[in-house]
Design a protein around this ligand. Structure first.
Ligand code: HEC
Length: 183
């Protein structure tokens, strides 16, 4: 009897441990995905990165899977990327640290600097904790296959629909040469 009670206790402890383990996010996650979801909802990520949002009809089935609407300026033509966990067309292969680096310094894992349309210069002000929370949330997004046009260098006739940014007027000219895609 004593032995059976002892065994029961071990089983209860083990079951408790399993329940705790199942509820804890993967060890690699440094961020709070619930807070990340909230931050993404107020930081405008979906405006640019979800098809249809700028037309008043976001396609929630393809939430954050990138947009066909390009941004054409001195950096060439860029498209808001697919942020879902799809391995081929999204950022499924990126680590959370890769995502934090991109949203806070504009640098992708391949070293390319993101165009200033992606507001990483503003997101650089987020705390590390919040940046990791955003990354943790993006990692929970189900994969959506949605391939966007690749970066088009400046001067190439743009493919597809895009918003056009003419060269900056003198009073608003950047003080340094425009950095971004392709530089
Ligand atoms: C004003 C539009 C806009 C907003 C708002 C915006 N992005 Fe972006 N984002 C872009 C564009 C455009 C690109 C592609 C830039 C390029 O390729 O140079 C991009 C690229 C990215 C990338 C790089 C992905 C890749 O495959 O290269 C990440 C990660 C990203 N955005 C995350 C976010 C997150 C998270 C938010 C909200 C916190 C956000 N973005 C808000 C426009 C936006």
């Amino acid at each position: 009897m004593k032995l059976r009670n002892g065994l029961g206790l071990v089983l209860v402890v083990a079951a408790g441990w399993l329940a705790v383990t199942a509820a804890t996010p993967p060890k690699s996650s440094k961020g709070d995905a619930t807070r990340g979801k909230y931050l993404v909802s107020i930081m405008g990520c979906g405006d640019c990165h979800t098809p249809g949002t700028f037309y008043g009809a976001p396609d929630m089935k393809r939430w954050l899977s990138g947009s066909e609407l390009g941004w054409n300026g001195p950096w060439g033509v860029v498209h808001p990327a697919n942020l879902t966990s799809d391995m081929e067309t999204g950022i499924g292969k990126w680590s959370e640290d890769d995502i934090v680096k991109a949203i806070q310094t504009g640098v992708r894992p391949d070293g390319r600097l993101l165009a200033p349309i992606m507001p990483w210069q503003t997101f650089a002000n987020a705390t590390k904790e919040d940046a990791h929370a955003i990354a943790a949330y993006l990692k929970t997004l189900p994969p959506v296959k949605h391939r966007l046009l690749p970066l088009q260098p400046p001067g190439v006739k743009p493919e597809g629909a895009c918003m056009i940014f003419p060269p900056p007027p003198a009073w608003d000219a950047p003080r340094t040469a425009p950095k971004g895609a392709g530089h």
